[in-house]
Design a protein around this ligand. Sequence first.
Ligand SMILES: [Zn+2]
Length: 355
Amino acid sequence: MNEGRKVKPMITKVYENPNIYKIDVPLPNNPLKNLNCYVVQDNGESLIVDTGFNRPECKEALLDGLRELNVDWEKTNMFLTHLHSDHSGLAPAVMHGKPGNIYMSKNDHDYLGWILNGNRWDTFDEIYRKEGFTREQLDWLKEENPARGFEPDYYFDAITVGDGDHLKVGSFTFQCVFVPGHTPGQTCLYLPKEKLMLSADHILFDITPNITAWVNIEDSLGDYLDSLVKIRAFDMKTVLPAHRKNEMDVYVRIEEIIHHHLIRLEETIDALEKFPNAHATQIGSCLKWSMRGKTWEEFPLSQRWFAVGETMSHLDYLIKRGMVEKTEGDFYSYSLTDSGKACKEKLNQLWQIYA
Ligand SMILES: [Zn+2]
C-alpha cells in the first residue's frame, strides 16, 4: 500500500530543556532491533550521539531524521559512545566534509584504528579456534556473523575525550563519564543539574549488555563491574539507553546486572568442576543463556559465538583473581585452582566490593 512512498522517520522527543530527540535507527536481522540515536539541540547547536550500522537502512533512517530535525551542519558535532559498528558505523559517512567534529574516547578511537587498519578477524578467528570452534564454523561465520561488516568506511579523525571532560551543546555542558568494560573505552554523557545520563550500552534495561574478551584487555568483566559501581554513584533521574526502552529504576537495574554476572561466574565454576580442562565452548555450553527453549546445539552459531566471548570474559575474571588456571596449547584449557566450593566461597567474599 505504501510502496514507493517514503515512510516518515521515527522521531520522539524524549526530553525538554535541552531538547533531546530520539531517532529510531533500525538494525535489520539483529537481535538488538534498533539503535536509539539521540540528538541534543540548544540555541541552534546540535550534538548527534551514535549513528547505527554502515548500511543503507540505517543511513536512510538517520539522515531522514536529521533532516526532519533541521540540524544546522555549521553548528553540529557528533559524539560516539563507543566503537561498536551499530554506534560508529556511519560516523565518517555523515560527518565527511562538514565543519563539525567527531568526539570519542581515546581508548575506543585507538582500538577502532587497530580494527579498521589491521587483521582483527584473523586474530579473533585463531582465538575462537583455540576455544573450540571448527574451521568450517569460522568460515561460515565470516559471512553470517552480525558483528562483521557494517563498520565505518575508513578510520576517521576524532577529538578524543577523557573522564570528566566537558562537551558543550548551546548553553548546556555535558560531563564525559568513562565506563570501560563493554568496550575498552565506552563513555556516557551526564548533565549534573538535570541529573540526566545518556547511558549508551553500559546500562541497558531489557537486555543485558554483552561483555566479551578483548585482545590486549586483561579483564573486561572486572572493568565493567567497576564501571557499574562508578556510575551508580551518580545522581540519575533520567537515563536514556542506546537500545530499546527504559521502564525501570536505574539503581535496581544496576543491581540486577551485577547479580547476573555473579550467577554466571558461579555457573562457570560449576561447569569447570564437572569438566576440568575444558575450553570456552565446552564451558559456555553448560551455562544458562536465554535461548527460548533451544539447546546449545540448536542455538544459532552466531549467537554461540557471542556466548563464547561472554564465557571467555568470565574466565578472565576468575583467572585474574586466582580461581582458574589457563593452559595454552593447540587448544586452550581451563581448570579450577581449588574445589568448586572453595572457589565459590572466595567469589562470594570478593563480591562484597560491589555491595
Ligand atoms: Zn555496544
